[in-house]
Design a protein around this ligand. Sequence first.
Ligand SMILES: *[C@@H]1O[C@H](CO)[C@@H](O)[C@H](O)[C@H]1NC(C)=O
Ligand SMILES: *[C@@H]1O[C@H](CO)[C@@H](O)[C@H](O)[C@H]1NC(C)=O
Ligand SMILES: *[C@@H]1O[C@H](CO)[C@@H](O)[C@H](O)[C@H]1NC(C)=O
Ligand SMILES: *[C@@H]1O[C@H](CO)[C@@H](O)[C@H](O)[C@H]1NC(C)=O
Ligand SMILES: *[C@@H]1O[C@H](CO)[C@@H](O)[C@H](O)[C@H]1NC(C)=O
Ligand SMILES: *[C@@H]1O[C@H](CO)[C@@H](O)[C@H](O)[C@H]1NC(C)=O
Ligand SMILES: *[C@@H]1O[C@H](CO)[C@@H](O)[C@H](O)[C@H]1NC(C)=O
Ligand SMILES: *[C@@H]1O[C@H](CO)[C@@H](O)[C@H](O)[C@H]1NC(C)=O
Ligand SMILES: *[C@@H]1O[C@H](CO)[C@@H](O)[C@H](O)[C@H]1NC(C)=O
Length: 626
Amino acid sequence: MSTKPKYVSSALLFFLCYHLFLHHSQAQIVSRPVTEGYTCTANQSSYPCQTYVFYRASAPDFLDLGSIGDLFSVSRFMISKPSNISSSNATLVPGQRLLIPIPCSCNSPNATMTISYANLSVTIKSGDTFFRLSSRSFQNLTTYQSVELVNPDLVATNLTIGVTAYFPIFCKCPNRTQLQNQVNYLISYVFQPSDNISAVASLFGVQAKSITDVNGNNIQPFDTIFVPVTQLPVLSQPDVTPSAVTSVKTERKGLIRGLAIGLGITGFLLILVVGFSIYRDGKLKKRVGRKGDEEKENQVLYRSKQGSKKSKEMEVSLMADVSDCLDKYRVFGIEDLREATNGFRENSLIEGSVYRGSINGELYAIKKMKWNAYEELKILQKVNHGNLVKLEGFCIDHEDDCCYLIYEFVENGSLYSWLHENQNEKLGWKTRLRVAIDVANGLQYIHEHTRPKVVHKDVKSSNILLDSNMRAKIANFGLAKTGCNAITMHIVGTQGYIAPEYLADGVVSTKMDVFSFGVVLLELVSGKPAIDEDGNVLWAGAGRILEGNEEEKARKLHEWVDRELFLESCSMESVVNVVTVAIACVHRDPSKRPSMVDIVYALCKSDDLFFDISDDGSSAPPVRAR
Ligand SMILES: *[C@@H]1O[C@H](CO)[C@@H](O)[C@H](O)[C@H]1NC(C)=O
Ligand SMILES: *[C@@H]1O[C@H](CO)[C@@H](O)[C@H](O)[C@H]1NC(C)=O
Ligand SMILES: *[C@@H]1O[C@H](CO)[C@@H](O)[C@H](O)[C@H]1NC(C)=O
Ligand SMILES: *[C@@H]1O[C@H](CO)[C@@H](O)[C@H](O)[C@H]1NC(C)=O
Ligand SMILES: *[C@@H]1O[C@H](CO)[C@@H](O)[C@H](O)[C@H]1NC(C)=O
Ligand SMILES: *[C@@H]1O[C@H](CO)[C@@H](O)[C@H](O)[C@H]1NC(C)=O
Ligand SMILES: *[C@@H]1O[C@H](CO)[C@@H](O)[C@H](O)[C@H]1NC(C)=O
Ligand SMILES: *[C@@H]1O[C@H](CO)[C@@H](O)[C@H](O)[C@H]1NC(C)=O
Ligand SMILES: *[C@@H]1O[C@H](CO)[C@@H](O)[C@H](O)[C@H]1NC(C)=O
């Protein structure tokens, strides 16, 4: 918690920095009262953002973190942490106050409206109506009018059970002025009939005036208002022992049976099991904790194939794993994928086991996996950031005993191929710098804004993809791990990018991603691959570039920096700044490496040096032809 001020200021810097290179400044209009939602300006630079809603536990369905987490597509821990609840399986009392994280973005549900909301998916169950779900389950954090607007294809009076509806949860991101005034979040709060503004202000530890500044004076009961705060309020929570209600409920749903089956299947896996949780939802859902490493996972798979009975059980259990994620993703049929990829023909292959395919006119990247997709699914369902490749859905192929993950298709291929394979077009310095900042932002997000933290473990230029605007997205979370300072027995990663301490001791921490990111920076500056044909790693010589007097430095830089950059006579100051960051990242001692927060800041500074504030980055040609 001592890092809090740093964290807050870095969030501020992050947004300011974003702002700097987007150069869009738009007034934030809070027009109220609203029924369809709160308008936003699509090009306002602070969108999207992570924010929070204030929610009250309520009987009968929302008295445990599991069901509330399901409603908002977050884990129990992601609610318990900001809400100051010590245990993720605590029993809640009706009215208990919670803070729930949501991703907030500015959307255009139809041609004439742009409103800000978190787009949450809900599977319609028997008895559900838009009104009921918005006013009860979501406690008026949205309105049925807005739900109708966002779901033009669904007929509100005739909802089919099992169909997916999108619920726009009202939210706002702070604008530039607010960020400058240390307003880091605008928490969505539904004004209650018994509330008055000063009571709400004191609940959040802010001045009443700051609430009316944002929301006006005419606040009605059940309006969603936005409370501007610098940091999350610390909620005082009733002292309840975790207990009875959850387990009674579980029993009632007959899930003890599920537990027994689960224990049976995974008996020999128990040592490896880290977490084990039971989900209710009418259907038998179960999750096997994550296994120590991939090798063991494969062994398990192999063993499971020995006996057909075991294989069947294995499939059941892994099916259950992914079924946790079912409602968050689109499920594709294997036939659609076959058609999209010409039966997984060679000419659809992008690389490895990743295919390109067009489904209903939309291009996707389709990755074939054995049953080890669970880790990646579990991690991707928690992350949502513009600099991370988005998972769109998945598909299970029972015949072939494998599954597929379907991602957004990122048009311009990998950074690796741009740097080391494409001889005709070279990336300019401005593009390289922007790629560096994009990747740094993506990593900062997974390190700082996910709970538990996610470590990617395989950051490298071939896992960085460039979209049509040459903006970077991090791909391939196949090796990613949640949690820090874990020790793995089985070393994964890519030669040339692996941090020395990980090779030596198997220590997993965010600092290993920092190391790999440093290598990517060196690649961007030098244009050389991370490891050459003779097996020499690029980072080994990096430390020496900036040693010696000015003359020596200049000479070494000249030798080292990609000649392409001299041809475009880019700012050497900016290049040196990036080299300095890269060298700090590849420090042998992980504790001496900067955090991604520091890195984003340092890179943005370099961005600042280089860009003329008046020119709009997005319209610049991304590449230089030779
Ligand atoms: C932002 O969008 C609005 C309308 O959507 C437009 O009028 C304005 O020019 C845009 N601003 C910039 C900087 O692109
Ligand atoms: C930011 O929002 C506040 C409150 O809604 C508003 O008063 C202010 O004008 C906005 N500032 C900018 C730069 O959009
Ligand atoms: C909401 O999300 C779904 C899937 O992520 C997407 O298909 C839909 O277009 C989104 N709707 C809006 C209005 O943002
Ligand atoms: C968009 O939605 C609003 C609110 O429902 C409606 O008034 C408007 O006519 C719609 N515009 C279009 C082009 O459908
Ligand atoms: C939501 O608002 C409606 C009135 O519009 C009210 O009757 C209902 O009780 C509210 N729901 C909650 C959970 O406060
Ligand atoms: C309701 O929807 C179903 C299928 O979506 C359709 O068959 C039925 O005719 C609809 N009923 C009405 C009254 O529109
Ligand atoms: C606001 O409500 C609190 C209690 O909920 C009460 O003590 C206070 O007097 C109220 N203030 C005003 C201005 O009504
Ligand atoms: C959390 O809640 C407890 C119990 O209400 C309270 O004593 C404590 O001060 C709160 N804050 C933190 C940071 O734990
Ligand atoms: C929470 O649940 C886990 C299993 O789901 C259990 O092992 C743990 O003891 C529970 N914690 C408390 C405090 O009850």
